[in-house]
Design a protein around this ligand. Structure first.
Ligand code: RP5
Length: 164
């Protein structure tokens, strides 16, 4: 029986409704074979769970946290305030304000508590996954080689694109 390796990346989100966006972060981690976990952890609805998750993450072996939230998107910043792990924030596209509210909530952190803020929506989630992989690849040669191949393949694909 093969054991599941412990997660290196924690993908958390404020609501189940964020999964439609955050699944793109999980998908790229899956593609690169990076052990990860995905959980709903809400800054507002489950504040104690958020504090417990953030404070225990490092000792559980997590190396990077990706946090997605929409609207009053406090999750990434509040998590970053309770751990020294790198936290990547993904602004989820909100219904009322198209995600500009999420973006500003996540990006405007006070000096001292950094959150690496990505783009709104799917591209941000995908790039958060890739940025987590880049962070892990600084100490993992195999992962770095996979990233280099990913880039070469992408370049070749674009060079081979033809217009209708
Ligand atoms: C935030 O509120 C979540 O991150 C989500 O983007 C937003 C709306 O949540 P639901 O009302 O869909 O659960 O906390």
């Amino acid at each position: 029986m093969t054991e599941t390796p412990p997660p290196l990346v924690g993908v958390i989100m404020g609501s189940k409704s964020d999964w439609e966006t955050m699944r793109y972060a999980a998908a790229i981690l899956e593609e690169f074979g990076v052990p990860h976990e995905c959980r709903v952890v809400s800054a507002h609805r489950t504040p104690q769970l958020m504090a417990d998750y953030a404070t225990a993450a490092q000792s559980r072996g997590i190396r990077v946290i990706i946090a997605g939230a929409g609207g009053a998107a406090h999750l990434p910043g509040m998590v970053a305030s309770q751990t020294v792990l790198p936290v990547l924030g993904v602004p989820v596209q909100s219904k009322a304000l198209s995600g500009l509210d999420s973006l500003l909530s996540i990006v405007q952190m006070p000096g001292g508590i950094p959150v690496g803020t990505l783009a709104i929506g799917e591209a941000g989630a995908r790039n958060a996954g890739l940025l987590a992989i880049r962070i892990l690849a600084t100490t993992d040669d195999l992962l770095r080689a996979k990233l280099e191949k990913f880039h070469t393949d992408m370049t070749h694909k674009v060079l081979g694109d033809t217009l209708p």
